[in-house]
Design a protein around this ligand. Structure first.
Ligand code: 5GP
Ligand code: MN
Length: 340
């Protein structure tokens, strides 16, 4: 993979590009994709954002989402665009299978692939150009740098600012995780100078719940939560019946796992959700316990040191049993005193 600055001169010639991110895109995936879109179209390029799957309703307000193509609902058009593209920008994922059913289409395309991502252990040989930096708070931070370092700061506009702020805010847990560096705050200051109305974005993202979602959360904490104090771990296992009962939609379970870490002493939080095609795990930790390694080793997943995801083909009960057995082998790590 060649470094991203080697790509900068290529921004001068008109091109056709597709921008994509991981399945079930979150605020950072959608924010970085749309920010890059709003930047590239100003340079006169032909650009389409294709999401591998649908996305949460709370991202719909973002400028440009109306033009994003959901691959699962428009396979023929997406495939055509990917085949015709000169470049495919791959944002906020480290390995192509994170694009689910889009993976073979991307692999077969002759387009040059450009990676911009902050997840651990990227599959760099699959990309022609790119930057992978696990120190970055978010892919949105990297898109800001991409625009500035390629000499186009003047093209930062309010649409780009709103999209970038969304990813910066969501991936840093509203600017509280250790990844929130001085650079992150400097970027936000710059976006504010451009006229960004940050409080509206917080409302758009976090105040779109349905009554059903709050009832689901209440039920989850009351009936689905296990606090395993002997491992400093908390666990939520959500059966499919809850998803139907509370009429949950894509994105409704996002962020739930973080609440578990608010219990005093809890260093490791896990949630497993019974999705149609698989049991999807989310892992979060505080301090040194590395959930990227945990997810990668035991649940076919990965991510960051303090936030990762994985999957299982077993039933919820079976995968929870597996989880607890595995947990035993991490007991000493999880209970070490003075763990920071
Ligand atoms: P979440 O728990 O919010 O779905 O994901 C937490 C972090 O881990 C995100 O950065 C996400 O992109 C990443 N992640 C989630 N699931 C997987 C997975 O199955 N494989 C990999 N490599 N990363 C994942
Ligand atoms: Mn991200």
């Amino acid at each position: 993979m060649q470094s991203i600055d080697q790509f900068f001169p290529l921004l001068k010639q008109p091109f056709k590009a597709v921008i994509t991110s991981h399945q079930k895109p979150d605020g950072d995936a959608m924010g970085s994709s749309l920010a890059l879109y709003h930047f590239l179209i100003q340079l006169g390029h032909e650009v389409t954002v294709i999401s591998p799957t649908n996305w949460a309703k709370f991202l719909e307000w973002m400028p440009g989402t109306d033009k994003v193509i959901d691959f699962e609902h428009n396979r023929a058009k997406s495939t055509q665009l990917i085949n015709d593209a000169d470049y495919i920008f791959c944002l906020d994922f480290n390995i192509l299978h994170r694009t689910k059913h889009l993976e073979p289409v991307i692999k077969e395309s002759k387009a040059l692939k450009i990676l911009i991502d902050h997840h651990q252990q990227p599959d760099t040989p699959s990309f022609h150009f790119g930057i992978s930096d696990v120190q970055m708070s978010s892919t949105c931070e990297m898109i800001y740098d991409f625009i500035v370092h390629s000499g186009h700061s003047v093209l930062l506009n309010l649409d780009i600012a709103a999209c970038l702020y969304t990813g910066l805010m969501t991936d840093t847990g509203s600017f509280r995780f250790p990844s929130t560096t001085a650079s992150v705050h400097k970027i936000v200051a710059h976006l504010k100078e451009l006229g960004l109305q940050h409080s509206i974005i917080h409302e758009n993202i976090y105040d779109q719940s349905t009554e059903g979602r709050l009832k689901f959360m209440g039920n989850a904490f009351l009936n689905r939560m296990q606090v395993l104090y002997e491992y400093n771990t908390a666990l939520l296992a959500i059966p499919k019946t809850d998803i139907y009962k509370f009429d949950l939609k894509t994105g409704d379970t996002e962020g739930l796992v973080n609440y578990l870490l608010s219990i005093e002493g809890i260093k490791f939080a896990a949630i497993v959700i019974d999705r149609e095609e698989e049991r999807k795990w989310s892992f979060r930790s505080k301090g040194k316990f590395d959930v990227n390694i945990f997810a990668r080793t035991h649940f076919e997943g990965g991510g960051h040191a303090n936030a990762a995801g994985g999957r299982s083909s077993k039933t919820v009960d079976e995968t929870v049993t597996d989880f607890k057995e595995i947990l035993e082998t991490y007991k000493s790590q999880l209970t070490q005193l003075n763990q920071k």
